[in-house]
Design a protein around this ligand. Structure first.
Ligand code: PRP
Length: 183
């Protein structure tokens, strides 16, 4: 096994724990949407690893599309209340069962905006599935239909989550080393 990178302080969830939990949540999703087709909408970039693993574990037919968001100030990231779609979906969601897929829900601003915006396009249903739910930082309440893990107020990396665009490809979820982290 290779040494942990310097950004890792400690592992919160191992690759095995993440994989196991994704299987469980995928089974819940398959049961809820049984008999239907589901469109997974990934919010770039953080969701890509989670969405890929989730889609492979879901046992009903799925379609996949992506969008990305940014803030009006141009400064990406959580805790900005003003977000907009920077890259829109490729296809219509009218009449579809849509499940937004996120790596983390933090303040809730991003998801509130996306749920409101996409609901206006006439989907049959809208839901939310997130790998991590950091409820301690929530500012606006959003409905979380499926989540793998709730976490405390840690800066986390891995499984799609980054620090300065690095560490997304770690198979586990780790707390970022505070000596490297610039707050
Ligand atoms: C993260 C995450 C969510 C958003 C959650 O994205 O992927 O989209 O922040 O924060 P909120 O609940 O406070 O709105 P980020 O801007 O870090 O982009 P990334 O997915 O490209 O890493």
């Amino acid at each position: 096994m290779s040494a942990q990178p310097p950004g890792v302080e400690r592992i919160l969830f191992t690759e095995e724990q993440v994989s196991q939990r994704i299987q469980e949540v995928a089974a819940e999703i398959s049961a809820k949407y049984r008999g239907r087709e589901l469109k997974l909408v990934g919010v770039l970039k953080g969701s890509i690893f989670f969405l890929t693993a989730l889609a492979r574990a879901i046992e009903i037919p799925v379609k996949i599309d992506f969008l990305s968001i940014s803030s009006f100030s141009g400064k990406k990231g959580p805790s900005s209340g003003l977000v907009r779609i920077a890259k829109d979906l490729d296809e219509s969601i009218e009449g579809e069962d849509v499940l937004l897929v996120e790596d983390i829900v933090d303040t809730g601003f991003t998801i509130r905006y996306l749920l409101q915006t996409l609901a206006g396009r006439g989907p049959n249903s809208m839901g939310l599935c997130t790998l991590l739910d950091r409820t301690s930082r929530r500012i606006v309440q959003v409905p979380v239909d499926f989540r793998c893990f709730e976490i405390g107020d840690h800066f986390v990396i891995g499984c799609g989550l980054d620090y300065k665009q690095l560490y997304r490809n770690l198979g586990y979820i780790a707390v970022m080393n505070p000596q490297i982290l610039e707050r």
